[in-house]
Ligand binder design. Sequence first.
Ligand SMILES: NC(=O)c1ccc[n+]([C@@H]2O[C@H](COP(=O)([O-])OP(=O)(O)OC[C@H]3O[C@@H](n4cnc5c(N)ncnc54)[C@H](O)[C@@H]3O)[C@@H](O)[C@H]2O)c1
Length: 251
Amino acid sequence: MTTIILNGANGKMGKNVIEIVEENKDSYKIVAGVDKNIEKSIYNFEISTDFEDKYKADAIIDFSHPDSLDSLLEFSKKNKIPLVIATTGYNEEQIEKIKLASKETPIFFTFNMSLGINLLLSLVKKSYKVLQDNFDVEIVEKHHNQKIDAPSGTALMIADAINEEANNKFQYIYNRQNVRKKREKNEIGIHSIRAGTIVGEHEVIFSGKDETISITHTATSKKVFAFGAIRAAEFIKDKKPGLYSMEDLNL
Ligand SMILES: NC(=O)c1ccc[n+]([C@@H]2O[C@H](COP(=O)([O-])OP(=O)(O)OC[C@H]3O[C@@H](n4cnc5c(N)ncnc54)[C@H](O)[C@@H]3O)[C@@H](O)[C@H]2O)c1
């Protein structure tokens, strides 16, 4: 049994986590929820607008908003409860805070909780190794019209994975309309589309002379991310302080 405190319990992802936990009552239990907005909450666990020290659990799952980071890290450190951070849209300073806090508390942090995206990451790294500089790399990500951050954290994670293979020589280009010049070799173009109810699509294009390879992942339900976060909570509950990611999960 893994017990969970759910931050962002009233959001779309929070509700997906609750549904999966309900379907797997023997393995998981939500003991408390936190959300800035607790109107109209009818759950079989206590929910409040702030973390309360009386909440005890094996792990915290966070699908909320970057604004809650400070209280989230403080609560996890103070009460020694491992943390799964799935929220996206953090700035560099906030990412540094997460890294620093992971010296004191176990933190699982990834911009994408799906198994498929993590397979895509290893495929694009391998593709870059084989194709090297003969191919231009562009990433196109598509999400629903309610998403507030762009590009997606996952698109950046994919770009970073390729850049790491390339000894960080790539520069990320988010739009080309202001500059009239040819594409440079050391660019990764990252493009965001926001429309309708698209759950999440990431396409990585490697285009060379007379041939193009594209690797695409499409999520058709938010449940894949909720399920991944629950698996991460199960994984991290007995871990030592440190920063963990999907690569450690070994699904
Ligand atoms: N890592 C992944 O795989 C993954 C997958 C899907 C979504 N996400 C991210 O998860 C986050 C939530 O997504 P969503 O679709 O559920 O959004 P949402 O807007 O439906 O839900 C967010 C919830 O957080 C609450 N909230 C806002 N500020 C808060 C604060 N300071 N403290 C506590 N609660 C607060 C809101 O009231 C809301 O109920 C987003 O950052 C999204 O990008 C990550």
